[in-house]
Design a protein. Structure first.
Length: 91
């Protein structure tokens, strides 16, 4: 073997060793990956959250979305707050 071939093989060994472990998940492509549905469901259940689907008028939904954007809060939190206020006013 030539000296250049030996050096090339050394370089390939070094490069292979570097890429063997890959990038840790917290830094690489997995840094901001959302939870999968099963993990999210378990997390929601542990917080006592229950899925609740309703059909609403499109204008009403836009108003709620705008309110959530103004408050810089999640849609779930805003809807929960509005429902609590509405139910308290009935009592």
């Amino acid at each position: 073997m030539k000296k250049t071939d030996l050096e090339k093989n050394k370089g390939l060994k070094i490069a292979g060793g570097i890429n063997r472990f890959g990038t840790p998940g917290r830094f690489g492509k997995d840094a901001n990956v959302p939870l999968d549905r099963r993990e999210q469901r378990k997390l929601d259940q542990s917080l006592g959250l229950v899925p609740f689907a309703v059909k609403l008028n499109g204008d009403l939904v836009k108003q709620v979305q705008l309110l959530a954007q103004e408050r810089k809060a999640g849609l779930n939190e805003v809807v929960a707050e509005l429902l609590k206020k509405g139910l308290e006013s009935k009592s």
